[in-house]
Design a protein around this ligand. Structure first.
Ligand code: CAA
Length: 379
């Protein structure tokens, strides 16, 4: 085992849990119902240092480790998985990408306010015809003097309406395949840059998801992130860390399912006694708890490997694959334990199921995680 939880981790868990219980849980259902973006809550998370957790302090971040970040996302998602994904995209895709691959000027201009939580970021890789098949980019970036001219469409962009800055992947040389793809930093409001209507989703309904359209968007060459042709590797390397964030989100949802089930099983009576006395319920709780603990260990292991600067892509994929499966199963079991009450809005567990499902899809489907894992085993 590669990790050990210390006092800082305990303090982060306590802070995140308190915030989640006081500031997120009471209003999460209403935001879900009305599809309201958590503006106030995200601002407060920024003030807590949770929007740039692993970014060094000199660039506006909290200078914490990935394990702290995983713990925080888990606790936030336990109350509100929509906040979990907004936070995860800003931290592990946008801030990480800028911190790892940005130059000093880009870090000062973009990373600093993002890590401080004063601005929000989005990550734009997927397209209508490039989801799992991420090399099949149709968005083009053509160099003209000191600018690139971007044209194309991106799909399924989390934070797409509310973000200020966007990391966008586009093709700069179609003849070079994945080596002809580059990454750029775009700002909201650049002429020709617009978003589509908000997607109506099954779950994580208070986070916004939209398509983005680029019509002759003039992006300064100084906004290219890394070398020309580095965009695909940038996206793949960044997504490895993103998968830690989504595994943590899934874990938080699964834990919420167990918490709700334990409480309900002790309160609800059937056949003259609490249903917690029935072995049929006890075995469900035991399985849920065991699987959640296994997911947590996989997640913390991947986070610790990343903190130790060791390869962690396979382990992050395993953590996401397993934690997302555990979350969906835990949500189904939680509904079963709650019976009819689980199927209606009153007890939250139907929201947990709707929120859990996406963790098997975004930032690489479960099938993509299996590709990443098996390639690593067979290479
Ligand atoms: N690190 C560094 N380089 C990597 C890499 C990694 N993790 N993975 C691939 N590469 C490199 C390869 O080495 C290769 O380079 P060389 O030619 O120099 O060897 C190049 O990238 C191309 O790689 P592959 O040949 O493996 O490419 P592929 O077409 O077979 O695709 C894939 C690989 C794993 C299927 C990849 O396309 C993939 O991960 N797809 C899923 C995309 C994804 O996760 N999308 C999520 C969208 S983001 C999102 O959901 C955010 C949100 O808003 C919530």
């Amino acid at each position: 085992m590669n990790f050990e939880l210390n006092e800082t981790h305990a303090m982060i868990r306590e802070t995140a849990r308190q915030f989640a219980e006081e500031k997120l849980a009471p209003s999460a259902d209403e935001r879900d119902e009305k599809e309201l973006f958590p503006h106030v809550q995200i601002k407060e998370l920024g003030e807590l240092g949770f929007m740039g957790m692993v970014v060094p302090e000199q660039y506006g971040g909290a200078g914490l480790d990935t394990l702290s970040y995983a713990i925080a996302i888990e606790e936030i998602s336990r109350a509100d998985a929509s906040c979990g994904v907004i936070m995860s995209v800003n931290n592990s895709l946008v801030c990480y990408g800028l911190n790892k691959f940005g130059n000093e000027e880009q870090k000062q201009k973009y990373l600093l306010p993002l890590a401080q939580g004063k601005k929000l970021g989005a990550f734009a890789l997927s397209e209508p015809e490039a989801g799992s098949d991420a090399t099949n980019q149709h968005t083009t970036a053509v160099k003209e003097d000191d600018y690139y001219i971007l044209n194309g469409i991106k799909n399924w962009i989390t934070n797409g309406i509310n973000a200020d800055y966007f990391l966008v992947v586009a093709q700069t040389d179609a003849s070079k395949g994945s080596k002809g793809i580059s990454a750029f930093i775009l700002e909201k409001g650049m002429p020709g840059f617009s978003h589509g209507k908000k997607e109506r989703k099954l779950g994580i309904r208070s986070s916004d998801t939209v398509s983005l359209t680029f019509e002759n968007v003039k992006v300064p060459a100084a906004n290219r992130l890394g070398d020309e042709g580095f965009g695909f590797k940038f996206a793949m390397m960044t997504l490895e860390g993103g998968r830690i964030g989504i595994a943590a989100q899934a874990l938080g949802i699964a834990q919420a399912c167990l918490d709700a089930s334990l409480k309900y099983a002790k309160e609800r009576k059937a056949f003259g006694r609490p249903i917690a006395d029935l072995q049929a319920i006890q075995f469900k709780l035991a399985d849920m708890s065991t699987e959640i603990e296994a997911a947590r260990l996989l997640l913390y292991n991947a986070a610790a490997l990343k903190d130790a600067d060791k390869p962690f892509g396979k382990e992050a994929a395993m953590a996401k694959l397993f934690a997302s499966k555990v979350a969906v199963k835990a949500a189904l079991e939680a509904i079963q334990i709650h019976g009819g009450y689980g199927y209606v809005r009153e007890y939250n567990v139907e929201r947990y199921l709707r929120d859990a499902k996406i963790t098997e899809i975004y930032e690489g489907t479960s099938e993509i995680q299996r590709i990443v894992i098996s390639r690593s085993l067979l290479k």
